[in-house]
Design a protein around this ligand. Structure first.
Ligand code: KG4
Ligand code: ZN
Length: 359
């Protein structure tokens, strides 16, 4: 059997999954800490790592049970090594090390962003993709436009100059008192609003493939709060009375989606991409999915909702492809809280062909 156990603890989800051939999910378990962090309007790192410690053992056991797998069935243990919160990453990495050592299994460290990209290989899209494809990775910590020329070969075309797209959703949701996580909350509020109510600006960026969302956040802040007497005091100012929150949410969501779609389509056309992949938590956004599909000249693929946000199936999938390329890590493997996708060792093409043959 070609089962990989994936483990993911880079942020506020403790997750484990068992995946066959990097493509078929046998189990995927996600314990979300969202409720724990909700009072803070964002992830509280110290709280996150301790919560991972409390549940990781049960989450891994549940994934193994639901897959009806024993440790002897496993090809390897794949774990998110970064990017992410150092303390959170350490919990997953050390758990995976213990398991690999105790059960004499190979250990494979996986880049979380590569995991998001490989969530598409857990869907039918993985049957037909031909390189180069353009990947837009949009999450709470990242907004990256990456040209994928082959398995594991990434050319970084652009990214955010300030806030990530998901971070912008989270910050504006906090401002509008809509709760955490902000993306789903804004999407829900926006459904009842007019997206033309406010004309929020598109940021200018040095490169056509870069993004900037902090100006948009400030523009929202100015529109929705009572004007303070002194400049710079907007942050503590109360919301305007009679503010129509759904209108703000809809106009803000449209502005973010517009920036993401425009730049992605330009990058896809400029680089001859055969398809566009959207991955990461923000790829759950309905407007983003619809706009990208409606306007793209090439097929657009995104994962089902439960594979958009953080999960371990995507880590097991990427881990499988890395394993097939011969990657083996040892107990000296450290976490990499800052780990750009473009610094990964390439996965050269030929060994990928072997994927189907292993059984
Ligand atoms: O990939 P992810 O689960 O975690 C990170 O790696 O960061 O992404 C979480 C982010 C959060 O910022 C959340 O607000 C956003 O994804 N998100 C959404 C939606 N669902 C989750 N943003 C917009 N619309 C959504 N429906
Ligand atoms: Zn993520």
């Amino acid at each position: 059997m070609t089962l990989i156990l994936g483990i993911e603890t880079s942020c506020d989800e403790t997750a484990a999954a068992v995946v066959q051939n990097g493509r078929q999910i046998h189990s995927t378990v996600v314990a979300s800490q969202a409720d724990l962090h909700a009072p803070y309007g964002g992830v509280f790192p110290e709280v996150a790592s301790r919560a991972h410690v409390e549940v990781i053992s049960a989450v891994v056991q549940q994934a193994m049970q639901e897959a009806d797998a024993s440790y002897d069935d496993l090809l390897a243990v794949a774990v998110t090594r970064g990017p992410g919160l150092a303390g959170s990453l350490l919990v997953g990495v050390n758990f995976a090390k213990g398991l690999a050592f105790g059960r004499k299994l190979p250990l494979v460290g996986v880049n979380h962003l590569e995991g998001h990209v490989y969530s598409l290989w857990l869907t039918e899209a993985g049957d037909s993709l031909e390189f180069p494809v353009l990947a837009l990775i949009v999450s709470g910590g990242h907004t990256e436009l990456v040209l994928m020329r082959g398995h594991g070969i990434y050319e970084h075309l652009g990214g955010t100059q300030d806030d990530a797209a998901g971070e912008a959703f989270d910050k504006v949701a906090r401002l509008l008192e809509l709760g955490y996580p902000g993306g789903p909350a804004i999407q829900k509020a926006a459904a009842g609003g007019r997206d033309s109510a406010y004309d929020f600006p598109q940021a200018r960026t040095a490169s056509p493939y870069d993004f900037s969302f902090s100006g948009l956040k400030t523009a929202v802040l100015r529109e929705v709060t009572v004007q303070p007497r002194k400049r710079g005091e907007e942050r503590d100012a109360p919301l305007r009375p009679n503010l129509r929150v759904p209108d703000v949410a809809a106009s803000f969501q449209k502005a973010v989606v517009e920036a993401l779609v425009e730049k992605t389509l330009k990058a896809a056309a400029d680089h001859g991409a055969t398809a566009i992949l959207i991955a990461g938590g923000v790829s759950a956004n309905r407007l983003l999915r619809a706009e990208m599909r409606n306007r793209a000249q090439v097929p657009v693929f995104y994962p089902p909702l439960h594979l958009c946000t953080d999960n371990a199936a995507m880590i097991a999938a990427a881990g499988f492809f890395r394993y097939m390329q011969g990657q083996r890590d040892d107990l000296a493997m450290d976490v990499q809280p800052m780990w750009p996708l473009q610094n990964l060792p390439a996965m050269a093409g030929p060994a990928m062909a072997g994927v189907e043959e292993v059984s």
